[in-house]
Design a protein around this ligand. Structure first.
Ligand code: SF4
Length: 348
């Protein structure tokens, strides 16, 4: 469907949405601030994490890294540690780098312009639009999946959301209904999309836009948004060796750009002399967004002090124990494995 609509015909929709938002905005901690640093962190945290799930993490993160300078000057490992539990750790690495960018390139002052915010590491169009509109009266719609869903339903628009032009297309549609107060409009769309116009079974009876929604009037809400291309998850096998002795075990930090960058992990290979110490193997299936992981963890309990000393002296692995490992970030399956180890061996 071609977008040949006129703004004047649809502006009342955005205004209705703002009236609804005035009364129904969710009471969230970051709603009481216009501090761009906090809004930016919150936008990144909640990009791939549900509000209920990420709220404590967000509060702890802001408590520890209360401003850009504190974040920029903190060690990356600590930033990763505070990100623990949120997953997608590249977000934390980028946040840390972007904080340093703000200190170095903008004298520590968060840039107000959309185009400048977009230059920060890890910041995409959605986040730049959200921060600039909420904090600096910017005029860009923060187009994300909520926008795709709500707009495609309101206009019963079958433009494919997996099309590479979808972002631009739905940005144009958003401009049709967008009122002057873009900051509140963006937040209202987030709230409407997550509370009312849900992906499945939208609560149309409670929706402030139901009189304007074409999909609703046609009884076709389940047909929108249209999405044809599905990204197929690929399979990946990983083999780890959990090499331990008397409550201590070996770890290394990942350098890979591939998955779990900068997180800690167990050795991926061991020498022949350790093979006889393999006691058992555990297979764990774990899903990432585009990967189905099959992880085998070999339990290597080294009961020879001489071989342990020899192996640890001739390799670059770090030696840790359960307590110290809690100060580091591991991929979820390995973290669970360590917890089971703690329980099984009753170290603490
Ligand atoms: S009426 Fe229903 S489908 Fe239309 S915008 Fe509201 S919740 Fe979404």
């Amino acid at each position: 469907m071609e977008n040949n609509k006129k703004t004047s015909d649809f502006l009342h929709i955005g205004n209705k949405l703002l009236m609804w938002y005035d009364k129904n905005a969710r009471d969230l901690p970051f709603r009481n601030t216009k501090d761009p640093y906090k809004i930016w962190i919150c936008e990144i945290v909640f990009q791939q994490t549900r509000i209920a799930q990420g709220l404590n993490h967000y509060n702890n993160f802001i408590k520890r890294f209360s401003d850009v300078k504190t974040l920029a000057e903190s060690p990356e490992d600590e930033v990763l540690l505070y990100w623990k539990g949120l997953g997608y750790y590249s977000r934390a690495i980028n946040i840390h780098k972007a904080a340093q960018q703000i200190i170095n390139d903008y004298d520590g002052v968060f840039p107000p312009e959309y185009e400048e915010i977009l230059k920060l590491k890890g910041v995409g169009k959605y986040t730049a639009a959200a921060v600039s509109s909420i904090c600096f009266n910017g005029k860009m719609p923060a187009v994300d999946g909520n926008f795709y869903r709500v707009l495609s339903r309101i206009f019963a628009d079958d433009f494919d959301v997996s099309n590479s032009r979808a972002f631009n297309y739905f940005s144009e549609l958003a401009h049709l209904i967008m009122p002057e107060n873009v900051g509140d409009f963006n937040q209202a769309m987030m709230d409407l999309g997550s509370e009312i116009c849900k992906p499945r079974n939208p609560l149309c009876g409670e929706c402030p836009l139901n009189r304007d929604c074409l999909a609703f009037s046609l009884n076709k809400t389940s047909e929108f948004p249209v999405k044809t291309k599905k990204v197929k998850a690929t399979d990946l096998g990983l083999q780890y060796y959990f090499v331990h002795r008397n409550g201590e075990f070996l770890i290394q930090q990942r350098k890979d750009d591939f998955i779990w960058k900068k997180l800690f992990e167990f050795p991926l290979q061991i020498s022949e002399e350790l093979m006889p110490f393999i006691k058992s193997v555990k297979t764990i299936n774990h899903k990432l967004t585009h990967k189905n992981l099959s992880i085998e963890i070999f339990n290597v309990e080294v009961d020879s002090e001489e071989i342990w000393k020899n192996f640890t002296a001739t390799n670059d692995y770090m030696i840790t124990d359960v307590k110290n490992s809690q100060e580091k970030s591991f991929p979820k399956p390995l973290e669970n494995y360590i917890q089971n180890y703690q329980t099984a061996y009753r170290f603490f």
